[in-house]
Ligand binder design. Sequence first.
Ligand SMILES: Cc1cc2nc3c(=O)[nH]c(=O)nc-3n(C[C@H](O)[C@H](O)[C@H](O)COP(=O)(O)OP(=O)(O)OC[C@H]3O[C@@H](n4cnc5c(N)ncnc54)[C@H](O)[C@@H]3O)c2cc1C
Length: 291
Amino acid sequence: MIPAAFEYHVPTSLPEATALLARYGDDAKVLSGGQSLIPMMKLRLATPRHLVDINRIPGLASLREADGVLTIGALCRESELEEAELIRTRYPILVDTCRVIADPLVRNLATVCGNLAHGDPANDHPATMLALAAELVAVGPGGERRVPAAAFFTGPFATALAGDEILTEIRIPTPPPRSGGAYVKLERKVGDFATAAVAAQVTLAPGGTCGRAGIGLTNVGPTPIQARRAEAFLTGKRLEDGVIKEAARLAAEESQPVSDLRGPAEYKRDLVRVLAARALRKALARAGGGR
Ligand SMILES: Cc1cc2nc3c(=O)[nH]c(=O)nc-3n(C[C@H](O)[C@H](O)[C@H](O)COP(=O)(O)OP(=O)(O)OC[C@H]3O[C@@H](n4cnc5c(N)ncnc54)[C@H](O)[C@@H]3O)c2cc1C
């Protein structure tokens, strides 16, 4: 329960932080909320020799909507997202997601960006970011680049971030009118990681058909999964119950669960079908003005 020795760095600017990461390479890790990294260090599953704490860097805690984009900065905590009036009224899918992550104590420290950067396929925000077509901003010594969420998760606990890059911002396109989203998770007990979970976001076209659908799956594969076939099936159709059921079946087909302590693979695949239908129905209701 005691981490291996490490050197603790507290940079006060992004260039200073990325220079430290570049200097120490594989021996360094970014520390944000510490809610995944510190437990792993205590269990000696991670033994970084250098921790680069980004909590003292000004300007990284943004949470704002401007110019058609919702921006969530690297130091925005889960609890801030959950409680913000902007998020409660305009992005209920994000509130759904935050509320099923761990417990309030963890959420007071854990950051949304850390939840993505950790690359854990069991984490909840990645699927939601896939459904919302978010873009992730990475800053390194060479400057800034933007990575679509769809290209960010590259393997179990692996992301497109280079070792000397910091995820500074999540950018979510503001959903057009008549949009709605929902995140639905089954967990064995409150605070647990998902047995399976589904994020769904829909936008209705003027004629009432589905203009865009985004579907992300949690903990049913080596990475979070974007259910592209289900999304394509929904687009252009009226979201009647038979259509929703078929899309949910396609999403289940796209999942890649394995059997483990949370249940057999076949059970999890069927769970994706059930949760996808629930998430889509809730997203549709919200697109129509419901809660
Ligand atoms: C008891 C418990 C239960 C939990 N249950 C859930 C759950 O149900 N669902 C869920 O989604 N999560 C759960 N978590 C995980 C929690 O949400 C994590 O805190 C979160 O995933 C990581 O965010 P963090 O800010 O704490 O990151 P840290 O722990 O500081 O870092 C995690 C990893 O990401 C890297 N990193 C962090 N921030 C950045 C950045 N800005 N740029 C580049 N790299 C970065 C670090 O180097 C490290 O490798 C749980 C955690 C605990 C302790």
